[in-house]
Write a protein that binds this ligand. Structure first.
Ligand code: AP5
Length: 208
């Protein structure tokens, strides 16, 4: 760490300029199983935004079977967060690849803790709007247990589901407080279509 810097969000540690993103950047947040991926699919179909899920980017890295991939797998299988520098680099790379053609970016599952948000805005650009899907822990666990019957995700098992929920609950309030002006809370206990109706109310104003 550089002298005078307390952590990796220090501006001196991030001298590179931000990307020139000229389209809306939407962070999609909520607990594990709150419906982030489901709603992102519907958003892409209607708005044609580029959908980048940090969980998917990390699982691709795991599938590459490198040493780094194996280390990430261990962290994800404990239901913990992988290091910030790994996630931001994967995201930045994916955004750069899509910068010319994107009508908007949906960043699904990021930030998971408040420093990730600061890093993103330093290295990539300011967030436009934050969709936050609210659900009870019981609903999260119920949906993930159901999905586990047909999913091949190694973290969709009873013990890890509880740890993922715990990790989410430990960090969410700090993120919500930090971005309160941009957060749109959505009741995600409702049906998929009802949730999407609320999502559209917030996104329609961002597009022409
Ligand atoms: P990630 O892949 O992001 O998983 P997650 O946050 O646990 O969320 P899920 O993908 O499991 O659920 P979802 O909210 O997308 O719900 P879905 O639509 O699938 O992260 C995995 C791991 O990677 C993390 O634990 C961490 O280790 C690491 N990681 C990821 N991002 C990171 C970051 N930024 N920093 C550090 N580490 C990171 O829906 C779930 C189920 O519910 C489905 O079966 C669906 O059909 C159903 N469903 C959806 N909506 C509804 C509804 N309204 N009513 C009824 N059923 C519904």
């Amino acid at each position: 760490m550089l002298p005078g810097c307390a952590d990796d969000t220090c501006p001196k540690a991030n001298p590179t300029p931000r990307l020139a993103v000229k389209v809306p950047i939407v962070w999609v947040l909520g607990g594990p199983g709150s419906g982030k991926g489901t709603q992102c699919g519907k958003i892409v179909a209607k708005y044609d935004f580029v959908h980048l899920s940090t969980g998917d980017l990390l699982r691709n890295e795991v599938a590459s079977e490198t040493q780094r991939g194996r280390e990430l797998q261990h962290i994800m299988d404990r239901g913990e967060l992988v290091p910030n520098d790994v996630v931001i680099e994967l995201l930045k790379e994916a955004i750069v690849k899509n910068l010319q053609k994107a009508k908007g970016f949906l960043i699904d599952g990021y930030p998971r803790e408040k420093h990730q948000g600061i890093l993103f805005e330093q290295k990539i650009g300011p967030v436009t709007c934050i969709l936050f899907f609210e659900t009870s822990d019981e609903t999260l666990a119920y949906r993930l247990r159901n999905r586990a019957r047909k999913s091949f995700r190694s973290d969709d098992n009873v013990n890890i589901i509880q740890r993922r929920i715990k990790t989410f609950n430990a960090e969410k309030d700090l993120i919500l407080d930090q971005y309160s002006a941009k957060v749109k809370k959505i009741d995600a206990e409702k049906s998929v279509d009802e949730v999407f109706a609320d999502v559209q109310r917030h996104l329609d104003v961002l597009v022409d």
